[in-house]
Every structure is written in structure tokens, then in C-alpha cells.
Design a binder for this molecule. Sequence first.
Ligand SMILES: [Fe+2]
Length: 259
Amino acid sequence: MREVLDRRPAVPWFEVHSENYFADGGPALATLERIRAGYPVALHGVGLSLGSTDALDREHLRKLKRLADRIDPALVSEHMCWSSVDGRHFNDLLPLPYNEDALDHVCARVSAVQDHLGRTIAVENVSSYYAFPESTVPEYEFMAAVAERTGARLLVDVNNIYVNARNHGIDPAAYLAAIAPATVAEVHLAGFDDSGPIVIDTHGAPVAPEVWSLYERAIARFGPVPTLIEWDTDIPSFDVLQREAATAQRVLDHAAVAA
Ligand SMILES: [Fe+2]
């Protein structure tokens, strides 16, 4: 954040994890507000546990709304996942079973969140290492149905599509084809670890060549959608991060010219 304030790099926007700014004041929030004065900022939540069967955490929602009212974000997003049960929180974004019961449940909660915030949110597809035998539809049909039923937008993480394609044998082309371009509000890219028996979404490496190719196909279908490079472990120099963002920008510029 210091580097951004000192250098004022020419990037179009930034994204932060909402929960890091839930305090009602303090240096982190003050710095974010200074950055916000020069750039659009998107708020990306990791703790709402949208898919949980626990009651929606009203205190969490109240803090999120307070932050959104302060920052006037370009977008508020969360994950299509659950991370708590009986009030115990896991430090992970766990996948849902993709069936009608889960769809009814999560759609009601997405709608409740949107009503509380007074704004449309975007929901992101997560990477996963387990698929429930109770699933009756592919993940992409589930994601598309949530957008259709709730009016929520989608934050399409292209790296997560690739990771899940490898881990679960999903066809990435079918995934992209199932997503209505008009519902896509943002795209994520990140790096993964491919050194073990499954692909792990680490956000700690450059975007892989296979993911760049899938990204080109995604942008050809969705249009030039704002794209974020996620990098939050083994964080490189800002220049490396900016180069990754510039590579994405070239793909977006090409799509804008083609349109
Ligand atoms: Fe992501």
C-alpha cells in the first residue's frame, strides 16, 4: 500500500479483502481511503460464508455495509462457498454440493445479502479439491442459476476454472459456454501449485500459460471485463505484479478493438 501511495502506478483499479477493513477507523482504513481517493476499489469478501447453514452473520453484514458506504466500491463480491458450521470458522473456502437444495439455500442468502447492502453483489466460483456425490448438476450450471435467480453478477475466476477442470475433469469450454456474458462483472487470474497429485490454488505464482490461453477464450466470449491478478502468498515486487496485469490488459485491449 505504501508503494501504491508513493508511486501512484498507472493501474486502473485495486481490490482488497473487505474483512481487513472492518475496524471503525485505524491506519489500515485510513490508508485504504487515501488509495480510494486516487483509484476505484473493489471489495472482495472471504468471510461471509454464503453457503453455510449457520444463520447469516448480521454483524458481519453490518460491518460490510459500513465499509461499502465509506469506500463507495466499484464492486462488492463474495465466494460461492461455505466456511463455517455451528459458529466455527475454517480458514478456507469450502465447496458446496451442486444440487437443488443448495441452490435454493444459497440463492435466498445471496438475495438477503443484496437486500441488506442495497446493492447487487458478485459471487465467485471457488477452486476445490473435493466434489460431493450429492451434486446433481455441474458447477457451472449452478453458478449460472444463482446469477439468473438472484440477479447477482458473477466474478469468474479463470484460474479456478482451470484448477477444477484438472482436479475434477470439468470441460473448461463447457464452463465458459454456460456463463452468460452479461452476468460477468469481473475476472480473476492467479497462479497455482502443480507439484502434487492435485492442483492447488495458491495465489503464489505467475499465471500459468494454460490459464492465459483459457483467459483469452474467456475474454473473447465475455468481452473486456475488468480483470484482477490475485497474488497473496510469496508476494513478488510490485513490478512483477504490474507486468502480469499488463499482460491481462493486452488481452482486454485486443478484445475491445475486436468489439
Ligand atoms: Fe479469485
